[in-house]
Write a protein that binds this ligand. Sequence first.
Ligand code: SAH
Length: 234
Amino acid sequence: MTINADPQELAKFSELAHRWWDTESEFRPLHQINPLRLDWIDQRARLAGKRVLDVGCGGGILSDAMARRGADVLGIDLAGKPLKVAQLHALEAGTSRVDYREVAAEALAEEMPGAFDVVTCMEMLEHVPDPASIVQACATLAKPGGWLFFSTINRNPKAFLMAIVGAEHVLKLLPKGTHEYARFLRPSELARACRDTGLALHESCGLQYNPLTRRYWLSGDTSVNYMLACRKAV
Ligand code: SAH
């Protein structure tokens, strides 16, 4: 099987991995949006007691938080250093119920089809060569009736301005080159990839940022950052 990953992207995340849990680092945006996405997911999927897979988990910001809500979480990624940082954080913070593995979503889908009540894949699809293949793997990994949550960045002039010019060049929230415009995904494209694998689109939600107050909030505006909630047919 050819691996659906971009080695340069994985190297980029490995290089920064030691700062993953520094809430003032380049990972500040992930720390800031975490309570918002965690509640959005929990309100729909009721995490306590559920078996959860977090695809592209990185240093484990969301995986760890879901485990703390009482889910049994497996976080997977293809970058080794972020996974080590995630493991170390779980040890230091005493988070039980979380485990991490270096494995491709497609490979895990062959190994554990239908194993998870909930599959999350956040801020990751815009870093892979073939996002539809990841969506397909996530769908295979979910149990019938299971929940799937995806987040990524929309592709339009406003998203270019906010997510690349604004975030990387003006506000310097993220290192230059973090995101590549051509890899952004329109909600319609992501929804089609979901439908093509038999998932039913349940809901979408936008994530907005005010650079003056430096605050994020959830809204109906999916023009830049957004999330989709889907369900696998029973
Ligand atoms: N999902 C986490 C981290 C987002 S950063 C969060 O939202 O908090 C993007 C992550 O995707 C990085 O950890 C990177 O290593 C991972 N990634 C990139 N390409 C990947 C691939 N093909 N398979 C698995 N993980 C990948």
